[in-house]
Design a binder for this molecule. Structure first.
Ligand code: FES
Length: 174
C-alpha cells in the first residue's frame, strides 16, 4: 500500500493564554514596585554620608558687647558626622576679647580631668571646682594639678561676629 506523504510538520506558534498574560503583568508590576521601593534604600546605602564637608568655621555670635579682658561663656552648636548621621552638638567657649578684632576662645574643659571650669570675677581667674586648678585670663595654669594651659579654639572675627574652628590642645608649660 502506498503511503500518502504527510505535509511537513511545522511547529505550532506559541500561544499566549490569558493566564500567561496576567502572570506577566503581575510579575511586571511587582518588579516596578520593588524597584521603586529599593531605589531610595540603594541611594542611601551607596552614596557617601553626604558629599558635604563639615564647615571648618562655626558662627558663635556677636562680640561687640564684650568688655576687654572679661571672659564670657558663649554657647554654639556644631555639626559632627557620626557614621551616616549628622549630629548637632551644643558646645561652649570661654571668649576673652583682647582688642576690637582680637579674641581668644578657650575650650570649656579643664585640662586636668575635663571638668567644666568658670570665671571668678572677684579673683579674676578661671577656677575649676573639681580639684581646684586655677588659670589666668590668658589660660595659663596658676595653680593646681592641671598639667597644661587651657585649650584654644582657632578663632576669627568678621564684622563683629566670632567664628570658631578646631579646638587645639595646648602644650604643657606653654
Ligand atoms: S578636673 Fe579641673 S582640676 Fe581636676
Amino acid at each position: 500500500m502506498e503511503s500518502v506523504p504527510r505535509p511537513a510538520e511545522t511547529p505550532a506558534p506559541p500561544r499566549t493564554s490569558r493566564r500567561d498574560f496576567y502572570l506577566a503583568a503581575i510579575y511586571g508590576l511587582w518588579s516596578l514596585m520593588a524597584a521603586a521601593l529599593s531605589l531610595p534604600a540603594l541611594i542611601y546605602l551607596l552614596l557617601p554620608p553626604k558629599l558635604r564637608k563639615e564647615s571648618d568655621w562655626v558662627e558663635v555670635g556677636d562680640i561687640s558687647a564684650l568688655q576687654p579682658e572679661v571672659p564670657v561663656e558663649m554657647v554654639f552648636r556644631r555639626n559632627r558626622i557620626d557614621g551616616w548621621k549628622v549630629i548637632s552638638e551644643k558646645s561652649t567657649a570661654w571668649v576673652v576679647k583682647r582688642s576690637l578684632n582680637q579674641v581668644v576662645a578657650f575650650g570649656p574643659q579643664c585640662t586636668h580631668l575635663g571638668c567644666a571650669y568658670h570665671w571668678d570675677e572677684t579673683k579674676n581667674e578661671f577656677i575649676c571646682p573639681c580639684h581646684t586648678s586655677v588659670f589666668s585670663v590668658d589660660g595659663k595654669v596658676v595653680s593646681g594639678p592641671a598639667p597644661r594651659p587651657l585649650d584654644r579654639y582657632v578663632a576669627k572675627v568678621e564684622n563683629n561676629k566670632l567664628f570658631l574652628g578646631a579646638l587645639h590642645e595646648s602644650e604643657p608649660g606653654a
